[in-house]
Design a protein around this ligand. Structure first.
Ligand SMILES: [Zn+2]
Ligand SMILES: [Zn+2]
Length: 252
């Protein structure tokens, strides 16, 4: 199994997970045209995508899905709450999953789990190819006991490191937005994410990728410093996803 990101941050998110011939896209917050370009840059033919999964309805995760789904006849997978929240979009085909039950797409097993975020029914996903486990975790205000349990012993993790708390506090956002981003239904700070890693079993973790990094309230340097100091590992071991260029393929 391998994974890659087309870009991550408040201007758009899209993750690609591939195992053999199965190609799955998680969210697409880039316009259809921009997503097509980004996919081709990573040597992914848009028509080879077997499914687009949706984590939640926010525009930075959904704005390009309708066009990609229609143009390339890609089935979309979501839960009922998120579907209700985005029902102005029409997809080539819609499939529903329950936020608590595993499902499969070809030879890939997918395990959704609920997260606390200010959307209708937000989830994140764990992918298993029968051998290795990859977790994608972003857009959540806090870590719950259920999330800790789900993410124990994963082999690869793409984890939100949204903001540095002091940069958010002294930054230019209006007070209500600072409270939303830093609150329990907002986004994880570098420190929250780093401390979460101390609380789960990371003995199998070979790939750690920091995502959804704020361009206003964080820097890639700060993410690497906070996580490496907390975990006692090298900064070089931590990958960070760029808003515009994403990251290249990583093998799990
Ligand atoms: Zn987001
Ligand atoms: Zn969101």
């Amino acid at each position: 199994m391998r994974f890659s990101s087309l870009g991550s941050g408040s201007k758009g998110n899209a993750t690609i997970v591939q195992h053999n011939k199965t190609v799955i896209m998680v969210d697409c917050g880039f316009s259809g045209r921009s997503a097509e370009k980004k996919l081709l840059q990573k040597n992914i033919e848009p028509s080879s995508i077997n499914a687009i999964l949706i984590t939640h309805e926010h525009k930075d995760h959904t704005s390009g899905i309708e066009r990609l789904s229609q143009k390339y006849r890609i089935p979309v997978w979501t839960n009922k709450g998120t579907y209700k929240a985005i029902n102005q979009q029409e997809f080539h085909q819609i499939n529903f999953f329950s936020s608590h039950n595993n499902f499969s797409i070809n030879d890939m097993k997918i395990s959704p789990f609920p997260v606390p975020h200010d959307a209708k029914e937000p989830v994140q996903f764990i992918f298993t190819d029968g051998d290795k486990k990859l977790a994608v975790l972003s857009d959540l205000g806090k870590i719950t006991p259920h999330i800790k349990q789900k993410l124990n012993s994963v082999d690869a993790l793409m984890l939100e490191c949204n903001h540095d708390s002091s940069m958010l506090e002294i930054g230019k956002y209006p007070r209500f937005l600072k409270e939303r981003v830093g609150g329990g239904l907002g986004h994880l700070s570098n420190k929250q994410s780093a401390e979460f890693l101390l609380e789960i079993d990371t003995s199998k973790l070979t790939q750690l990728v920091a995502s959804h990094i704020s361009e206003n309230n964080n820097t890639h340097k700060k993410v690497k410093q906070t996580v490496s100091q907390t975990l006692g590992c090298s900064e070089n071991w931590i990958n960070t996803v760029c808003q515009n260029n994403g990251i290249d393929w990583l093998e799990v």
